[in-house]
Design a protein around this ligand. Structure first.
Ligand code: NDP
Length: 273
């Protein structure tokens, strides 16, 4: 049976085996999907061993995405832009192809919630790996402007400079942000520490769409805060997780699984519904 897995550290919490097992059942693909948690300095060896032993493909998550980028033979254009790899496929020619499906997953999830990206003014909070992966797919949707704000402002400036050939992207400090924005995407890891990015509450209004890449059984701190300040449409990153997985599954198997039912099952599994 074709073997896939997700590499991460820690990875035991990962929902990827659950999601891909449902995708495989739905599309009648024979495969198994597991977890691998190598020590941080043993990822390269573990990756080699997996493919030497017949593995067909893998996902890569924190903290290995940047390292995976340096280990594959070929990169997709979106992985080159993201400088990180979350999906690896062993091609029929024996080539390890590195891809990045995170940004495509985000855009697919935003669209599935009916969020309009074309001509919209988007604020992206954070300038880490997730922001980097999101930029090219977001700019491809032709927003009127995309502003990046990050705690360390120089990183936002660097990202804006790197992606400005793809569209109207600029960097601004949190203090000097001027609304109105149509959509705010929180790609910071602040919620992981129970913190909030230092965004002025005045930027939140009833018609704004709020997206937090983090997810959980209850509202993330950022979503709770945005609701408190009047945001009516809020979304967490669970849909992005399922959509990026669907994109990876398509890369591996050449068949696109449906995501709605799988997302519902995942929510039930997490106790959200
Ligand atoms: P990184 O560590 O690469 O980047 C973290 C970013 O958050 C940096 O820009 C950092 O700013 C900022 N940050 C951290 N703490 C704070 C704080 N207290 N206040 C303001 N800014 C802060 O992480 P990633 O980009 O890889 O991941 C970010 C988030 O996205 C995580 O929560 C992750 O779980 C989520 N994610 C979700 C996915 C999904 O499928 N739903 C997929 C990928 C990621 P600075 O530069 O100043 O340090």
């Amino acid at each position: 049976m074709d073997r896939y897995l997700v590499f991460g550290h820690p990875v035991r919490h990962s929902k990827s085996p659950f999601i891909h097992t449902l995708f495989a059942r739905q599309t009648q693909q024979e495969l198994e999907y597991g977890l691998a948690e190598p020590a941080v300095d043993e990822f390269a060896q573990a990756l080699c061993t997996f493919f030497d032993q017949g593995g067909k493909g893998c996902n890569v998550t924190v903290p290995f995405k940047e390292q995976a980028f340096t280990l594959v033979d070929q990169l997709s254009s979106r992985a080159k832009r993201a400088r990180a790899v979350n999906t690896i496929k062993l091609t029929d020619d024996g080539v390890l192809l590195g891809d990045n499906t995170d940004g495509a997953g985000l855009v697919a999830d935003l669209k599935s919630h009916g969020v309009t990206l074309a001509d919209s003014r988007i604020l992206l909070l954070g300038a880490g790996g997730a922001a980097r992966g999101a930029l090219a797919p977001l700019l491809a949707e032709l927003p009127s402007e995309l502003v990046i704000a990050n705690r360390t402002h120089t990183k936002a400036q660097q990202l804006a400079a790197e992606f400005c050939d793809l569209g109207p992207v600029t960097a601004q400090t949190y203090e000097l942000l001027a609304g109105p924005f149509d959509l705010v995407i929180n790609s910071t890891s602040a919620s992981l520490q129970g913190e909030l990015p230092p965004l002025a509450p005045g930027l939140i209004h009833a018609d704004i769409a709020i997206y937090d890449m983090m997810y959980g059984a209850t509202d993330t701190p950022f979503i709770g805060w945005a609701k408190q300040h009047g945001a009516r449409q809020t979304m967490d990153g669970l849909g992005m997780l399922v959509e990026q997985a669907a994109e990876a599954f398509t890369v591996w198997r050449g068949i696109r699984p449906g995501t709605k039912q799988v997302l519902r099952e995942l929510k039930r599994n997490l106790g959200v519904i």
